[in-house]
Design a protein around this ligand. Structure first.
Ligand code: GLU
Length: 478
């Protein structure tokens, strides 16, 4: 049954929230109303009830795939397996995909899919059957294909499900030379790309790093420059949260002071060892009772902890009018889609908190999906052609410098020069460049148009401008 997300304090329907965010940005622009409506509306939605047989019983599952915008093709977005999904949420998430892709210059329209189920209550064989049948339904209605619509992982799905999707598609279209590009987020051995699994977490790290590049902005927030030693609290220790926590603590020397999962939160002001926590969760099935940390039953406790950067990396509507006043962070970095409600945003902005918006910050996943899709169409691993050439060139430079200067080049510099980039380095540097460029665009809009309420509005303006240009170039609007 579709649910309306209503609280006593505000409307928490994600579709209404995204729509209001869009309208807020559109009010600053001078496009014809029809064009804005075309950008905002969801083009089409496929809703399906499909049966899967387990033993003697049939289970009926409800699934969707929303196609928000066809201004670029194929359309792109994850598939969510979660008991709470409904059509309205899928439409909202598809819209976020459109804006996200535009912001990071990934040439796709936005889409999203979902099946209402709790993956924890099915075994592997059952999940495989469900995934394959859902894929068959998408094929039947033309909602999947390398040039049409390309799914990816999202909440409740991962590499394994993407491999099943590819295999099902491949069985329907045997011999299709570009079949691998029908889905991204596949295992590396099945046409996936190195770095895709960590990509959303990496993108969040790069986004936060670049946010800290502007010392004047950081000082305005009352923080000292530099990420080192910054206290971070994370909600969610899934694929996004766990990678993000690992990268920020191990590579940027942030202190992870709190972390929460569905079944509770842990707090440790001196900093949580993320590797040890991952081991603890593997052994016990939960982050609770992690030695040396305080365990709190309420998972939302991590949102209210004293910290510098709060990273909601789980579900939508986690910070609402009900708890926004208790948020003590100076920066809210939205790794999840839609974690901050409209009312909460107003409260946070009033308190002077900076919100790094989801449509920018969590775009790392789709960015690397784009790299994977292009790799699949090229039928070649990144770096393969130039790897040896780069090494040889570096060697030449080292030898030339050493003979002409008569001194030896330091070992580290030599290593950097005599090195051919491999796939993971190319992916990460492409991702970092993408996150940096996108933030530059958003910040420039934010600084130039002085009346904008938030970076989110600036990000929407960047997205709307690009999509409007695409529609105009298609000759659809004057
Ligand atoms: N599900 C991810 C997202 O919400 C990734 C989508 C993709 O890679 O297509 O951005």
């Amino acid at each position: 049954m579709p649910r309306r997300r209503l609280s006593k304090l505000e409307d928490l329907d994600l579709n209404n929230i995204v729509s209001a965010q869009f309208d807020e940005a559109a009010a600053f622009l001078n496009y014809p109303r029809g064009l804005l409506e075309e950008i905002k509306c969801c083009d089409n939605v496929f809703a399906v009830n499909f049966p899967v047989r387990f033993g003697n019983r049939y289970h009926i599952f409800q699934g969707w795939r929303a196609e928000h915008s066809h201004h670029r093709k194929p359309l792109k977005g994850g598939i969510r397996f979660n008991p709470m999904v409904d059509q309205s949420e899928i439409i909202a998430l598809a819209a976020l995909m459109t804006y996200k892709c535009a912001i990071v210059d990934v040439p796709f329209g936005g889409s999203k899919g979902g099946v209402a189920l709790d993956p924890a209550t099915y075994n592997d064989t059952e999940l495989e059957k469900i995934t394959r049948r859902y894929t068959a339904e998408l094929i039947r209605k033309g909602f999947i294909g390398p040039g049409i619509n390309v799914p990816a992982p999202d909440m409740g799905t991962g590499e394994r499900e993407m491999a099943w999707i590819f295999d099902t598609y491949d069985a329907f279209y045997p011999g299709g030379i570009d079949n691998l590009a029908c889905v991204t987020g596949k295992p590396v051995t099945q046409g996936g790309i190195r770095g895709r699994k960590e990509a959303t977490g990496r993108g969040v790290q790069y986004g936060i790093r670049h946010f800290f590049y502007y010392t004047e902005d950081i000082k305005t927030l009352g923080l000292s420059p530099g990420l080192e030693g910054k206290r971070v609290s994370l909600q969610g220790f899934g694929n996004v949260g766990a990678h993000c926590a690992r990268f920020l603590s191990q590579e940027d020397d942030c202190r992870i002071v709190a972390l929460s999962e569905r079944d509770g939160a842990i707090i440790k002001p001196e900093g949580i060892d993320i590797e040890a926590l991952a081991r603890h969760r593997n052994e016990t099935g939960s982050i609770r009772d992690f030695p040396g940390a305080q365990t709190v039953a309420d998972p939302k406790a991590a949102l209210e902890v004293d910290c510098d950067i709060l990273i909601p990396a789980a579900l939508e509507n986690q910070i609402t009018a009900a708890n926004a006043n208790r948020v003590r962070a100076r920066i809210v970095a939205e790794a999840a889609n839609g974690p901050v409600s409209r009312e909460a945003e107003k409260i946070l902005l009033k308190k002077g908190v900076a919100i790094i918006p989801d449509i920018y910050l969590n775009a790392g996943g789709v960015t690397v999906s784009y790299f994977e899709w292009s790799k699949n169409l090229a039928h070649m691993r990144y770096g393969r052609l130039q790897h040896r050439l780069e090494r040889m060139r570096g060697q030449e430079i080292v030898e030339f410098l050493e003979t002409t200067t008569g001194s030896q080049i330091p070992h580290r510099t030599q290593q950097v020069l005599v090195h051919g980039a491999d796939e993971i380095e190319l992916v990460n540097s492409g991702l970092e460049g993408t996150m940096v460029d996108a933030y530059e665009q958003i910040r420039m809009v934010f600084k130039r148009r002085r009346r904008l309420p938030s970076l989110r509005t600036a990000a929407y303006i960047v997205a709307i401008d690009k999509i409007a240009t695409a529609y105009r170039e298609l000759g659809i609007f004057p």
